[in-house]
Design a protein around this ligand. Structure first.
Ligand code: SF4
Length: 251
């Protein structure tokens, strides 16, 4: 395991750490295959405690999936990695060499926008490939990682700003014209071979996945989101109607 960053979060200044794993023992992640993985976590408290106390804002920012919708089970891999870090069981060194000829997943847990972009640039400059995702609107990351979004409307907005998007959707929601479906669910193609989520080549959509209660929470979140959008459109149309000049009927 390698230390990538230890210092203040760019999101709220709290102490955080970024670690690279999979170098000494290949990742067993069924979806990514044996890519190097990166974990961004609070340095001072276990990741599941950070989620419980909402201090995960330091590494997730305002991601709407935080807490009860995120598919990452923080008491599993993130917690084991954090405990290893606390025991001092990691190496330090040059990020360029850490990534040499390896495929890397940027943000296996935590948002890459929580640490300086220069760390990612160094790690990826000699890598054989990468995938990555962010919920932050930090333009420095555009072209390097996908902008994660939860609606077609957001996808269109961020694509217009130059991002490639990664949209989590319900199975019944259709694909946008310029989107491709993540092939893993249907074909089993792993990220290490696919690498469409490289921030520059494709807009990708994926059906929500993970533990059933998290999928249900996500469906509920989407319903609330659509209701809010409907209500704000209705308010807008009422405001426009009342602002229009009134004219007496001619007859
Ligand atoms: S589209 Fe490809 S790289 Fe992206 S999540 Fe799916 S399998 Fe991985």
């Amino acid at each position: 395991m390698k230390l990538l960053y230890e210092g203040p979060s760019l999101l709220d200044g709290a102490p955080i750490v970024a670690l690279l794993t999979g170098d000494d023992k290949p990742s067993e992640n069924k979806k990514t295959g044996p890519m190097l993985q990166t974990y961004i976590m609070r340095a001072d408290i276990p990741p599941y405690v950070a989620v419980k106390t909402k201090q995960d804002v330091s590494i997730c920012g305002d991601c709407p999936m935080r807490g009860d919708k995120c598919y990452v089970e923080t008491w599993q891999d993130p917690n084991n990695i954090w405990k290893r870090y606390k025991r001092g069981n990691y190496e330090t060194g040059n990020a360029k060499l850490f990534g040499l000829n390896r495929a890397i997943r940027v943000g296996s847990y935590g948002d890459p926008g929580a640490i300086p972009v220069q760390i990612w640039e160094a790690l990826l400059c000699k890598a054989s490939g990468h995938t990555g995702y962010t919920h932050q609107s930090n333009d420095e990351l555009a072209g390097m990682v996908q902008r994660s979004v939860e609606s077609a409307r957001e996808a269109i907005e961020y694509q217009a700003q130059g991002w490639r998007t990664f949209r989590i959707k319900l199975p019944e929601e259709p694909l946008l014209e310029n989107e491709v479906m993540c092939p893993f669910e249907k074909t089993g193609l792993q990220c290490i071979q696919c690498q469409m989520c490289d921030g520059k080549s494709h807009n990708v959509a994926v059906n929500v996945h993970g533990a059933q209660h998290k999928v249900n929470n996500y469906a509920q979140y989407k319903q609330n989101m659509e209701l809010q959008q409907f209500e704000s459109l209705r308010d807008l149309s009422i405001r426009v109607e009342t602002a229009l000049p009134r004219q007496a009927q001619a007859a």
